[in-house]
Design a protein around this ligand. Sequence first.
Ligand SMILES: [Zn+2]
Length: 69
Amino acid sequence: MGGFDNVWVEITCPECGQVSRKTLGWLKRHHRVECLSGHVTELDTSAFQEELSVAERDYRRLERDFQDL
Ligand SMILES: [Zn+2]
């Protein structure tokens, strides 16, 4: 939790190329994105979660480094 959930990511619709902006916190809860034309993109949650946990770990380390300053 914390600031990382508020990071914005862009998901491009594979059908029409529309870009949806979502926060990581939102994506963690929903796992699917609907573009303005109604196409639903299912996110590969296993790969996504793995990537997310790595990114989150990096972020935590960064946060800790900042606190040490
Ligand atoms: Zn679309």
